[in-house]
Design a binder for this molecule. Structure first.
Ligand SMILES: *Cc1c(COP(=O)(O)O)cnc(C)c1O
Length: 360
């Protein structure tokens, strides 16, 4: 098996051990004589997988009992609509922090259903910082406060959890969930698309405080109603069984690896090394304010952008894949989620030094 170091922002790398397990499971899963893609979601075998995935996730994130774990489809993008449909009545005001491309999209979608108040906006700083909480212009009676914990494109991460007071705090954690321990009790809703740090695309994670269930607007399609997922164990229609099963294997793998404290420690080390290498050179740079640099997505530009194509081609040859930055930012981006081993960071740093030496 020949595997590259995959720095893709998403769909992103999945741990080798999980892929090996999937491969060996495929023809005859769990003694059924079928693959997991072919069994009924209501079979005892699959229900056991679903229950174990939820329990392992509960253990990993230490999710309190008054929170429900839901697995809808539609990705984080569908949550941009499901959040307002489930938490805000028509015409109600909702508060959003605008810190990058993803929160901007969440705001655009919420604006179709609610009155959106943007409490703070870092667009004029090119989304390279998180506005200080003391400057936020919160509305007096918001149905909830929404923020994106890690902006995957500009590589900006909240170094704190906002204090929402009595208002439910809602967070898009697509690109940071499971990268470190989290105080779930501070949130009303946490959501994440799977294909960054959880598993394959096609399944979405929603963690919702139970008192927020059952408030969806009357016209909400039932498959967009959190309460329907809660009541049916996310099986009111056929769920994405394969993605669910792989996500479960990832949760199991993270537990076996020592849990989220271990992940946090490793992720901090990985990011620190890479930023240090960027900062130490005059050849590469990262524009994000130091205290809110993402531990998961590290964008950087070459001082001489005419070398971009050569950098990417040679990186690819060296087994370092998908380093091209998002088109809105340019340059490079190394996404270094849980599944990126430290050896991958070392290989990237060594490649960057060598490229600077020969082309700089
Ligand atoms: C990738 C991403 C999304 C979009 O996720 P989909 O699952 O493709 O809908 C939204 N928010 C953040 C922070 C992301 O990284």
């Amino acid at each position: 098996m020949s595997r590259v170091y995959n720095f893709s922002a998403g769909p992103a790398a999945i741990p080798d051990a999980v892929l090996e397990r999937v491969r060996s499971d495929i023809p005859d899963w769990n003694g059924t004589g079928m693959s997991v893609m072919e069994v009924s979601h209501r079979s005892p075998e699959f229900v056991a997988v679903a229950d174990k995935a939820a329990q392992d996730l509960r253990d990993l994130l230490d999710i309190p009992d008054d929170y429900s774990i839901l697995f809808p489809q539609g990705g984080a993008t569908l949550q941009f609509a499901m959040v307002p449909l489930n938490l805000a009545a028509e015409g109600e005001v909702v508060d959003y922090v605008q810190t990058g491309s993803w929160s901007k999209k969440a705001i655009a979608e919420a604006s179709r259903y609610c009155e959106v108040n943007i409490v703070a906006d870092s667009a004029d700083r090119n989304f390279t910082c998180i506005p200080a909480e003391t400057q936020w212009q919160r509305s007096r009676e918001a149905a909830y406060l929404h923020y994106c914990a890690n902006e995957t494109i500009a590589g900006v991460e909240f170094p704190f959890i906002p204090d929402a007071g009595d208002v439910p705090l809602v967070s898009d954690m697509s690109s940071t969930i499971l990268s470190q321990p989290l105080d779930v009790a501070k949130f009303g809703v946490i959501y994440a698309g799977a294909q960054k740090n959880i598993g394959p695309a096609g399944i979405t994670l929603v963690i919702v405080r139970k008192d927020l269930l059952g408030r969806a607007r009357p016209e909400t399609p039932s498959l967009l109603d959190y309460a329907v997922y809660d009541k049916s164990g996310s099986m009111s229609n056929t769920p994405p069984c394969f993605a669910w099963y792989v996500a479960g294997l990832v949760f199991e793998h993270l537990k076996a690896e020592g849990g989220l404290e271990k992940m946090a420690e490793r992720n901090r080390r990985k990011a620190a090394k890479l930023y240090a290498a960027i900062d130490a050179s005059g050849f590469y740079s990262n524009p994000v304010k130091e205290d809110c640099r993402s531990r998961m997505n590290v964008p950087f530009v070459l001082q001489d952008a005419s070398l971009d194509a050569a950098f990417l081609a040679q990186a690819e040859e060296a087994g370092l894949a998908n380093l091209k930055g998002h088109r809105s930012v340019g340059g490079m981006r190394a996404s270094i989620y849980n599944a990126m081993p430290e050896a991958g960071i070392d290989a990237l740093i060594e490649f960057m030094r060598e490229f600077e030496r020969t082309c700089g």
